[in-house]
Design a protein around this ligand. Structure first.
Ligand SMILES: NC(=O)c1ccc[n+]([C@@H]2O[C@H](COP(=O)([O-])OP(=O)(O)OC[C@H]3O[C@@H](n4cnc5c(N)ncnc54)[C@H](OP(=O)(O)O)[C@@H]3O)[C@@H](O)[C@H]2O)c1
Length: 288
């Protein structure tokens, strides 16, 4: 079939057929209205790929950053003038296997799965093709909407906490605890046995408490760096607390940062018996 460009607006003979699908196309860089629902060519699974009917995608910080070309570097991989290389947003999804390419044996049509597309994006569509290595069976007790939201925040946080070598008993401050990164940071830090102080807005205090934070600080009313407060680790998901964070260190800190990123995690050097090298921690494909 002739390919239907996501950027084409005229009539095409295949529109409305089974070879097409609806997708939210980023027609150019800009405000949310540049995203338009259009009919585009439905992808076909190649070798080792799985075609999934998307039933729950997410909209993450990466999506609006690509839509706005913010930071500018987005244009180098998505397209200089408009996002021709990444015309459809969405990095994560949950859905149902529609068909599989050869020689995929781990998945079969009808199974519920969840996964991510990394920098190919494309989950804001009725169907998406992904390598089987980026796919997992959806746990039966996890609703589609919750499964879809695991990767962007959850995988990022796992990478950061592992690189910062979180340990039971650590006093961890999570700044920006209510976002997609923050909610996983709170839960995973608790899972690893840390004492968690979480900073968020008034509206999200109850949400963050319900995730298990030991202490919750409303950034509009209270200063987390007030006298006497010391943390072993500070995880800043917002990029706004570095000066205040410095007040909480008794010794120099080791910083672990994704580049370019506002996201960083720091651990007091004195709490680590042997200093190890600073590493970016997570996949460079994720934007700040
Ligand atoms: N480098 C990487 O690998 C990577 C991966 C994932 C995300 N990121 C980046 O990490 C950042 C956070 O991502 P996200 O997905 O968690 O974003 P998000 O879901 O939009 O959450 C933003 C968070 O920032 C908080 N916040 C906003 N303004 C604040 C302020 N003035 N003071 C304190 N907190 C404030 C919000 O809290 P309230 O709503 O309670 O105010 C919320 O918790 C983004 O810049 C994203 O691009 C980077």
């Amino acid at each position: 079939m002739p390919s239907i460009s996501p950027f084409a607006t005229g009539n095409r003979s295949n529109k409305g057929s089974d070879l097409c699908m609806k997708a939210a196309v980023i027609t150019r860089y800009g405000t949310p209205d540049v995203v338009q629902v259009r009919e585009v060519e439905r992808p076909t699974p190649k070798n080792n790929e799985v075609l999934v009917r998307v039933r729950a995608p997410t909209v993450s910080a990466a999506d609006w950053r690509i839509r706005k070309a913010d930071p500018f570097i987005v244009r180098f991989f998505a397209g200089l003038l408009r996002p021709t290389k990444i015309p459809i947003g969405g990095m994560e999804f949950a859905g149902t296997v529609e068909s599989v390419g050869k020689p995929v044996t781990r998945f079969a049509p009808g199974e519920e799965v969840f996964g991510r597309t990394l920098f190919k994006l494309g989950t804001h569509a009725e169907y998406v093709c992904v390598p089987e290595t980026l796919l997992a069976m959806k746990p039966v007790n996890l609703p589609l909407e919750e499964a879809a939201a695991v990767f962007f925040g959850g995988m990022t946080v796992l990478g950061f906490l592992a690189n910062a070598k979180i340990r039971p008993g650590d006093r961890v401050l999570i700044y920006g605890a209510s976002g997609s990164v923050g909610v996983f940071a709170v839960q995973l830090a608790k899972h690893f046995g840390a004492h968690v102080t979480a900073v968020c807005s008034t509206a999200n205090l109850d949400l963050v408490k319900s995730l298990g934070a030991d202490e919750v600080v409303d950034y509009a009313k209270e200063d987390f760096s007030a006298a006497g407060r010391v943390y072993d680790m500070i995880f800043d998901t917002v990029g706004k607390c570095s000066k205040k964070a410095a007040r909480c260190w008794q010794t120099s800190s080791r910083l672990n940062r994704a580049i370019p990123s506002r996201l960083c995690i720091a651990r007091r050097a004195a709490t680590r018996p042997t200093p190890s090298s600073i590493s970016p921690g997570i996949m460079p494909w994720i934007l700040s």
